[in-house]
Design a protein around this ligand. Structure first.
Ligand SMILES: [Zn+2]
Length: 323
């Protein structure tokens, strides 16, 4: 009997070893969650208090140890309880970083104006316990085709000890929130179940797409960073999104872990004709990986057509279908 037990234990140990050593991308798919535009304007469904509470409860319930919140301190006093929500996110173990004071686009500002925005935001953030020295470009605009600006910002960030708070996965969550607000305003009837399915499906597809692109580009699955916003639709469907990611083999990791991946070092140096978008796309472009290098529904007319058909029940006109 004792011998049988020994064999049984050995067999179990052996099978555990075999499982741990399974090769392939499925073995290690890691992603951190990040939320931009804190504090974001009120949406169609929640007060800002309700939304912050729901977001906190979802992260807690899903055991998300640490998400990152990219803050526009210039907006804090324009929103109800903006400061309180930032403090509450940090009290839950989440971290905060710089998204400029007022969310200006680099293309519309001089370098001096842009750094005034960055410095004003950093002056407020640096005093907080949950502060991290990361900078996320508003609109992910890193200077586009203006390489002088691109390089000027990179040099200024390095001088300040700030690193690029890049993203590797984007599915344009902001679009669904904006489309819903417009639909509600215009009196459309919304199929909320279909909205949730479209939102979750888009983000899970985008994660798979960008992971595949990264593997084709650098030969491995890096620790990913998903771009999300403090938006009603995002917060509403976040529980289903986390479930769906986990069902698809993803582990939610901390932002701290994601930003120590060596893949991130490429964010300070990549050289492409136009600097904007996910780091995954930029590195793939730099290394000559053929298009498509971005997820299909980040093309907003494509996302709009899916939203209209599935959520509003509006089929495209003949002209739109041909475009
Ligand atoms: Zn933003």
């Amino acid at each position: 009997m004792a011998r049988l037990l020994t064999i049984l234990i050995a067999a179990i140990a052996l099978s555990a070893c075999a499982t741990a050593q399974l090769p392939g991308p499925q073995a290690e798919r890691r992603i951190a969650l990040t939320f931009d535009d804190i504090p974001r304007h009120q949406g169609a469904f929640y007060t800002t208090d309700e939304r912050a509470e729901l977001l906190r409860a979802t992260l807690r319930y899903a055991s998300v140890e640490q998400a990152a919140f990219f803050v526009n301190p210039g907006h804090l006093h324009e929103r109800v309880n903006g400061v309180e929500h930032v403090m509450a996110y940090m009290a839950d173990g989440h971290v905060v970083a710089n998204h400029t004071a007022d969310h200006g686009s680099l293309s519309n500002l001089t370098l001096d104006e842009y750094f005034a925005e960055i410095d004003a935001a950093e002056a407020w953030l640096v005093q907080l316990d949950g502060h991290r020295p990361w900078f996320r470009y508003p609109y992910l605009n890193e200077g586009r085709r203006d390489h002088e600006k691109r390089d000027g910002v990179r040099a200024g960030l390095a001088e300040r000890g700030l690193s690029n708070g890049y993203v590797t996965v984007d599915a344009s969550d902001w679009f669904y929130d904006q489309a819903v607000s417009e639909a509600v305003r215009d009196g459309h009837e919304l199929d909320m179940e279909a909205l949730g399915e479209l939102f979750v499906e888009s983000h899970v597809e985008a994660a798979a797409f960008f992971d595949d692109l990264a593997i084709r580009t650098v030969g491995r699955s890096p620790a990913h960073v998903m771009l999300l916003h403090e938006a009603d639709v995002t917060v509403m469907f976040l529980p289903q999104l986390i479930d769906a990611l986990e069902a698809d083999g993803w582990t939610i990791i901390t932002a701290d872990e994601a930003y120590t991946d060596p893949f991130g070092e490429l964010a300070a140096t990549y050289d492409t004709p136009s600097a904007q978008g996910t780091l995954t796309e930029q590195v793939a472009w730099e290394r000559g990986i053929p298009a498509p290098r971005w997820y299909t529904r980040n093309h907003i007319p494509t996302a709009r057509a899916a939203f209209n058909a599935r959520v509003l029940g509006i089929e495209p006109t003949q002209q739109q279908a041909e475009d």
